[in-house]
Design a protein around this ligand. Structure first.
Ligand code: ADP
Length: 625
């Protein structure tokens, strides 16, 4: 036996072997794709069998044998077009044209006797090459659209189609030009062998090959898995898990349903639209209820109640597995594809593994959330403790002074009841009790800030008028208040709180400018915003404190408690007032000793009031005595 004959025999044995394998698989699961694959390989095996019989009997191929072999050969493109139909959605005209072409070829081959006229051979070759090229193109396109194992399978089929087309092209050329037919027999046999192999790998890949093709995507998914629990929110984690699971199986989509024991519903995010379903609804629900993986190659047939949903979301084949951690049911993972042959039975194992991985990730996330919740509770308890001790400490100082002062006054009055009242002592008592009252009010306001109940009744109020009043009230020998504002700026605010805000900023400006100087208060309207700035020439604010000043109890690092009394609550309350009005507040300072500026932006209703613009007033409110 020559090497060429051996090669021919090997390829023939291989085709017969592949036919047996795919037939066995089809008997176990008679899906349309499996049947179409068997038809393709059985046709090739039949051609091989006819040639064997021919060789064994040593006959010259007669008319019937030639017609039968040629007809079977012409059936191959049609079989391939059927498979294109299984894996993609070709235009309906294509399979019909292929069927008509096949019928015409078969009739001609049986009616006419060999040697066939050149024109018939040419038409047959054109039909064959044309359709195999179309099939290759369709699978290349499908490969581009898909990923992972599906992409590799589509590529293999595309290569198989090209090899088969080339074989027939060569056969046609050698029939037309017999002088060239020396070496191409070997080439054709090798190409035929390769095309069979590639079809086998693409249409019916053995389990080990599917696993090897799935491996890169599964590995990428597992590599990412460790970082998933730390993603910003659970929705983002679920989205990543869905994408990773779909690409691991070469499917177009996956969806995760999360079980909410409180509401008794399964929460899905279908095309980013949240949807609640009963736990036993849809095919995914079956996997959740039975706690077993489920495979449906035809979702509409297996769950007709939801046929419309499956059709709309392009879910013909579905693989679903429960996501559970021990006894705890967390949800379900469903992976779906528009074409059933994308999946195989043994993919159920992989889906279950991916669902287990999802369970680990979701459980880790739940633990992280729980730890954060416990930490937040501890932090709240610590803040409460800090708050109580700081409040107690700050209340103690004026209270101690008041008690001592009152006791002193009492002793004096007892000793000398006729002596005129000690006015200085009474004034000190009043001063300290006012300080105490202020501290208590601040504490009450802090609670209101947290409840969001600081700002109440809003009414039209003139911001300029409020600032003017405040400037007049706070003026001292040491501090001059320069008001730079339009004539009026009337907006709907809680006037009491806005006054409290301005008072606080003006008081701070004076308190933290111990050397005295001018404090500039500016009011402007800018479109739909009212801007208020208070600029002082005082001790300034270290850059590191600028953002923290508005937090509870925060005091600047350049502030000495003994020199500047305070609890660090005023600006926290100011921020509450501004934010509850829908505005914002911040501070700027060029550094220690360089003065500070506080900026407030409050919403204003509309364009600037022209009358007020034309008539701006710059008021110099000086100390009155
Ligand atoms: P308190 O004045 O009671 O400390 P505040 O909340 O009003 O509380 O202010 C918080 C901190 O912000 C102050 O301790 C101080 O460090 C800083 N601060 C506030 N206003 C000024 C200002 N005008 N100049 C410099 N620092 C300021």
């Amino acid at each position: 036996m020559s090497a060429y004959q051996l090669l021919q025999l090997m390829s023939q044995v291989l085709f017969v072997f592949i036919t047996l394998v795919v037939t066995f698989r089809t008997v176990r699961r008679p899906l349309k794709t499996n049947v179409d694959t068997v038809l393709l390989f059985a046709t090739i095996a039949l051609i091989v069998a006819i040639s064997w019989v021919d060789q064994v009997l040593g006959l010259n191929p007669g008319r019937v044998v030639s017609a039968a072999t040629s007809s079977l050969l012409m059936a191959l493109p049609y079989m391939l077009v059927r498979l294109v139909d299984d894996f993609t959605a070709p235009r309906r005209a294509i399979p019909r044209t292929a069927a008509v072409g096949l019928a015409a070829a078969v009739v001609s081959l049986w009616v006419l006797a060999p040697p066939y006229p050149g024109i018939l051979v040419l038409l047959c070759v054109l039909y064959f090459v044309g359709f195999t090229c179309y099939v290759a193109g369709a699978f290349v396109k499908a490969a581009r659209r898909s990923s992972g194992v599906t992409q590799r399978r589509m590529q293999a089929v595309a290569a198989g189609s090209l090899f088969l087309g080339t074989v027939i092209l060569l056969a046609g050329i050698s029939a037309a030009t017999p002088s060239l037919s020396n070496g191409e027999g070997v080439v054709m046999t090798i190409l035929g062998l390769l095309s069979g192999l590639f079809f086998f790998l693409g249409f019916a890949p053995p389990v080990w090959l599917r696993r090897a093709w799935q491996e890169p995507e599964v590995r990428a998914f597992l590599d990412r898995a460790a970082s998933l629990p730390r993603m910003p929110d659970r929705e983002a984690i679920v989205h990543e898990l869905e994408q990773g699971a779909a690409s691991s199986l070469g499917a177009s989509n996956a969806v995760i349903g999360l079980w909410d024991a409180e509401s008794g519903f399964m929460q899905y995010n279908l095309s980013r639209i949240p949807r609640e379903l009963l736990p036993d609804q849809m095919i995914a629900g079956r996997a959740f209820i039975t706690q077993e993986p489920v495979f449906s190659d035809n979702a509409e047939r297996d769950d007709p109640e939801h046929a419309e949903v499956y059709r709309r979301s392009g879910a013909r084949a579905i693989l679903a597995a429960p996501i559970s951690s021990g006894e705890k049911r967390l949800g379900v993972l469903a992976i779906y594809a528009a074409h059933s042959p994308i999946f195989a039975d043994d993919d159920l194992l992989l889906v279950s593994l991916l669902a287990n991985q999802a369970a680990v990730i979701l459980e880790s996330r739940a633990l992280i959330d729980e730890a954060a919740r416990v930490k937040a509770l501890e932090e709240a308890a610590r803040l409460k403790d800090d708050f109580l001790s700081a409040a107690a400490h700050d209340l103690k100082t004026p209270l101690t002074t008041m008690v001592a002062q009152a006791q002193l006054l009492e002793r004096r009055a007892r000793r000398n009841p006729t002596e005129p009242p000690n006015l200085e002592g009474i004034e000190a008592l009043v001063k300290e009790s006012l300080r105490l009252k202020r501290l208590v009010l601040e504490l009450l306001d802090v609670a209101r800030v947290e409840q969001g109940k600081l700002v109440n009744h809003r009414e039209p109020v003139d911001l300029v008028e409020l600032a003017r009043e405040a400037c007049a009230r706070h003026s001292t020998t040491l501090h001059r208040y320069m008001l730079d504002a339009p004539g009026r700026l009337v907006e709907k605010y809680d006037s009491m709180r806005i006054m409290q805000l301005i008072d606080n900023l003006l008081e701070n400006a004076a308190k933290y400018s111990p050397a005295g100087g001018d404090v500039c208060v500016r009011i402007r309207q800018d479109g739909a915003s009212a801007l208020l700035t208070v600029m002082d020439p005082g001790i300034g604010i270290p850059a590191a404190d600028l953002l923290l000043l508005f937090d509870r109890f925060h005091r600047g690092s350049n502030v000495d408690d003994r020199r500047f009394s305070g609890m660090g609550l005023g600006l926290f309350i100011c921020r509450g007032i501004v934010e509850q009005h829908g505005g914002s507040i911040w501070a700027t300072s060029t550094g220690i000793g360089q003065g500070s500026t506080f900026h407030v932006v409050l919403p204003a209703s509309g364009p600037i009031n022209l009358a007020s613009r034309q008539n701006p007033s710059s008021i110099d409110v000086e100390q009155t005595g």
